[in-house]
Design a protein around this ligand. Structure first.
Ligand SMILES: Cc1cc2nc3c(=O)[nH]c(=O)nc-3n(C[C@H](O)[C@H](O)[C@H](O)COP(=O)(O)OP(=O)(O)OC[C@H]3O[C@@H](n4cnc5c(N)ncnc54)[C@H](O)[C@@H]3O)c2cc1C
Length: 332
């Protein structure tokens, strides 16, 4: 079966993988000159238990297998070291609130924090540890998936508007915010990449704060992704001064040595989201659309891709989905 995947963000790449693995002849068309989209700016946290703090149960149900999927598809890309969540003594109540809204964690004291992250020794009295969580470098993972897909025979066409291509039996639409779906909204996420040899972290660390929560995800070469704002906007312009100041001040509260770090990149990605912040696989024309991955692209794309690929090969299920999508549209 000849299938066109529109868009080479995380949704498109994972869908292409699931389709190619099932024997489809896959073409991926990406309008940009390389890999990009919102996926390029992601932190790469595979954190379904932490995300449950603000997300609905399906995010945990669909996301708990993500680390295994990435590990199987791209051995060596996933770091399974859990997530550490801390708060300054002044915001200690935030930890209790976070704990009450999540599961899959244990309380740890100062000594245990120092054992997990020696560079945070003496900085936080207690924290939450989520041992089942994992992370990856999204850019490395996307590049590796691209390479693997090309080796599997997937035809990549960059600088190509997928809407101009025809002649495919099925299409999977993964173009994120460009879908022009009136039920989608953009949630702007601003991020920084900092570099300092003064700090080493082994896992994502979340610093809770009532107004300016921060996470820092370690990457290779002494780099750290610090993020991210959550602004109801689809403006993909440069990082605002206020956001930069807030992210940097939170990073320094996590560890003062971030004050000496170099800011090697700033950027903003627009997370595509439906009203309930949950992703959807919907019937569209002679194919399906995967969208609404919101803040969970790397976490939920594997499950969405599997579902979409199964629908492409199952005519009866595809027809069922097409009717259901049609009913939803008419009642909206
Ligand atoms: C700052 C930030 C931090 C994040 N951190 C995390 C995290 O830690 N963990 C996590 O799981 N998620 C995270 N996310 C969320 C994640 O990045 C998104 O959910 C995900 O990127 C959405 O992927 P997508 O493939 O649907 O869209 P995109 O990545 O936007 O991909 C869509 C692609 O379609 C292409 N396209 C558009 N129009 C066309 C066309 N006509 N023809 C061909 N191609 C087209 C675009 O160029 C783009 O490459 C974060 C997001 C941000 C912004």
């Amino acid at each position: 079966m000849r299938v066109l995947v529109k868009g080479a963000g995380v949704a498109g790449l994972t869908a292409a993988f699931e389709l190619a693995a099932r024997g489809a002849a896959v073409t991926v068309a990406e309008i940009g000159c390389g890999l990009g989209g919102a996926s390029w700016f992601a932190g790469g946290m595979l954190a379904p238990w932490c995300e449950r703090e603000s997300a609905e149960q399906p995010v945990l149900d669909l996301g708990r297998g993500a680390a295994d999927w990435w590990d199987a598809a791209l051995p060596g890309q996933v770091t399974r070291a859990g997530t550490l969540v801390v708060a300054t003594p002044r915001d200690a109540g935030e930890l209790d609130r976070f704990a009450s809204r999540t599961s899959g964690h244990c309380w740890i004291d100062e000594e245990e924090i120092a054992r997990l992250e020696p560079d945070l020794a003496g900085r936080f009295r207690r924290g939450l540890f989520f041992p089942g969580e994992a992370h990856l470098d999204p850019r490395q993972a996307m590049a590796a998936l691209h390479e693997k897909l090309a080796a599997m025979g997937v035809d990549f066409r960059f600088a190509t508007d997928a809407r101009q291509l025809s002649g495919f039996e099925r299409q999977i639409d993964c173009i994120g915010m460009a879908a022009g779906n009136e039920r989608l909204r953009g949630v702007r996420g601003e991020m920084l990449i900092l570099r300092t040899p003064e700090i080493s972290l082994s896992r994502p660390v979340r610093l809770l704060h009532p107004r300016f929560p921060l996470y820092v995800v370690p990457r290779s070469d002494h780099r750290f992704m610090a993020g991210a704002t959550m602004i109801e906007s689809d403006d993909c312009g440069p990082v605002a001064v206020r956001s930069m100041m807030e992210l940097l001040s939170a990073a320094c509260a996590l560890h003062p040595a971030f004050g000496e770090a170099g800011i090697i990149e700033t950027g903003a990605g627009i997370r595509p989201a439906f009203a309930d912040n949950l992703p959807r696989v919907e019937a569209r024309g002679n194919g399906v659309a995967i969208n609404g991955l919101y803040r969970h692209g790397f976490l939920l794309a594997p499950a969405m891709a599997r579902l979409a690929a199964a629908l492409v090969f199952d005519h009866a299920k595809f027809e069922e989905l097409a009717h259901a999508t049609d009913r939803q549209r008419r009642s909206a």
